[in-house]
Design a protein. Sequence first.
Length: 121
Amino acid sequence: MGAGRARRASGDRGSGAIWLLTMSLIVLLAGAAASVRGLAALARHHAESAADLAALGSAASAVQGAADACAVARSVAERNAARLTGCQLSGAVITVTVTCPVSGGLGRWQARAEARAGPAP
């Protein structure tokens, strides 16, 4: 060592690495949370679209009865990768409920949507 350099005794040696690791972990967790939220929003939009299409597709069959209308709704929902969980015909208005799994390894969560279709009032 040079004569002009004094050696400091400090307990802070290496603390920068700890701070860097901590901040990296926080950024990683924030990114994971944002990704999960984005996947949930996509699943919700997918469920809403599938419910709308199932309701509109089955509205024409509503005059033939609830069984036919719900069968059409189930078929349309399945073609849109959704599962029909509810179907109710009230007069000429059909109400359908569908669920879609949240993709990305989060299969235990489901997005749910409901839609109604029928003649204009």
